[in-house]
Design a protein around this ligand. Structure first.
Ligand SMILES: [Zn+2]
Ligand SMILES: [Zn+2]
Length: 126
């Protein structure tokens, strides 16, 4: 039962977050509600929630994984300086997928992508 309550709280935190938080950020936020929770427990629950398709994991090659409350198909732009992640409206549709498959001979299984850049704030500081 305790396990479910923790998982529910981890889910609540991700749903309340608009910034695609890292596991560590989720941990800091859950700790305010469940002070005794450990980082390992938060990781485990995040992984479970991803498997259950309740939340989405965004893997960023040169950074920490992010967690997203928006599970429908969408893509991201991320800042290579501060790590800020934002949603973008571009998706690869069925027609694009077919074209890529025709061109490469690959069977596309996942067409999510992340675009790198430098965000507004970081550009101002330069
Ligand atoms: Zn930035
Ligand atoms: Zn997103």
């Amino acid at each position: 039962m305790r396990y479910s309550k923790q998982r529910q709280e981890v889910l609540n935190v991700v749903i309340a977050s608009n910034d695609h938080p890292t596991a560590k950020k989720v941990y800091e936020r859950v700790k305010k509600v469940i002070p005794k929770i450990s980082l390992g427990t938060v990781y485990r629950n995040l992984n479970d929630l991803v498997s259950l398709n309740e939340i989405k994991r965004i893997s960023i090659k040169d950074g920490n994984d992010r967690f997203d409350k928006t599970i429908c198909n969408h893509n991201h732009v991320y800042c290579t300086i501060c790590g800020k992640v934002m949603d973008i409206n571009y998706t690869i549709d069925d027609k694009d997928t077919m074209q890529i498959e025709k061109q490469t001979g690959f069977k596309i299984t996942n067409s999510n992508f992340n675009i790198k850049g430098i965000c507004n704030n970081c550009r101002k500081e330069r």
